[in-house]
Design a protein around this ligand. Structure first.
Ligand code: SF4
Length: 295
């Protein structure tokens, strides 16, 4: 079986999927719903965005619940999360917090790291932009990961809590992680078009890479946007490049729709005529094309 390539009609079908998509339904189910009210306040949007993306593990209901619990524990004081004078208070307030394997002490440390970073730079955009200029998108993510990990703090700085550093994988690590959560954070910050926030103004949207979660990867593979079965950084680059050929200015335009097509159950991830019937990309889907490969 040869490689499954996108059909020439895929761009038109993706656009149909996009224009018919029930954005309001899926927006309410997405972590970005908690961030949109902050879009006019870049500092708060960035801080809330990095905490929300860090918590973006598991299903959307659990993620939104975790974001809500964190906001309640700090009385919606976003700036307080990174206020060095309140670090001890934050450690105490977040002591009992859990979301999957993420603990409150780790989030308090993240606040400390950000507080230390903001003492010398106005925005994480600077760290990302420097990395991007130096070596491309993966280098930009790596620069962000190094800031957040806190492994380069001043001598005598508090050591990160157990398991903290692994919360921020970089594509340049030996495992070449897809770094979905940091890539998602950058999408939120850079794209100004709905549903994203557009608070970083110096990064061209054409540079963005797709946050490759399991849903986006499944559909990207079945549309021929990648031939890779594992969610590596190489797969991120392959899918992003295929999408860039469709829209060079805004290659991640379809990310939200592809992701929520999977999350919502609109895509059953198997041949099911009742569900697949109205799917705009059915003629492009590996499961339905005559040259079907293994699903
Ligand atoms: S045709 Fe069916 S399985 Fe394929 S992408 Fe559409 S909904 Fe999913």
């Amino acid at each position: 079986m040869g490689p499954h390539r996108p059909t020439p009609e895929l761009p038109r079908h993706l656009e149909q999927l996009y224009t018919r998509f029930p954005f309001a339904r899926s927006f309410a189910d997405d972590p970005i719903a908690a961030l949109r009210p902050l879009a006019r306040d870049p500092k708060r949007a960035e801080i809330a965005g990095i905490f929300a993306s860090t918590l973006a593990i598991g299903n959307t209901t659990a993620i939104r619940g975790a974001i809500g619990r964190l906001a309640a524990l700090v009385d919606d004081d976003v700036l307080g999360l990174v206020d060095p004078s309140r670090a001890a208070e934050l450690r105490r307030d977040l002591r009992g917090f859990r979301h999957r394997w993420i603990r409150g002490d780790q989030l308090a440390f993240l606040g400390e790291r950000l507080g230390a970073y903001y003492a010398r730079a106005p925005s994480l955009e600077r760290a990302f932009a420097d990395g991007l200029a130096e070596g491309g998108f993966a280098r930009g993510l790596d620069a962000l990961a190094r800031v957040l990990r806190g492994t380069e703090g001043p001598a005598g700085a508090r050591r990160p809590p157990r398991g903290y550093v692994t919360l921020f994988p970089s594509p340049l690590d030996p495992g070449h992680s897809a770094a979905k959560r940091l890539t998602l954070f950058v999408r939120w910050m850079v794209r100004a078009r709905y549903p994203d926030l557009g608070v970083w103004r110096t990064i061209p949207t054409g540079e963005l890479r797709v946050p490759l979660d399991q849903h986006v990867h499944w559909i990207a593979y079945h549309l021929g946007l990648t031939g890779r079965r594992s969610r590596s950084w190489a797969a991120v680059e392959e899918v992003s490049e295929a999408l860039r050929r469709i829209d060079p200015v805004d290659p991640v335009r379809y990310d939200f729709v592809l992701c929520h097509t999977g999350i919502s159950g609109d895509c059953p991830k198997e041949r099911d005529l009742a569900v697949c019937g109205p799917c705009s990309v059915r003629p492009d889907c590996r499961l339905w094309r005559p040259t079907r490969g293994a699903a």
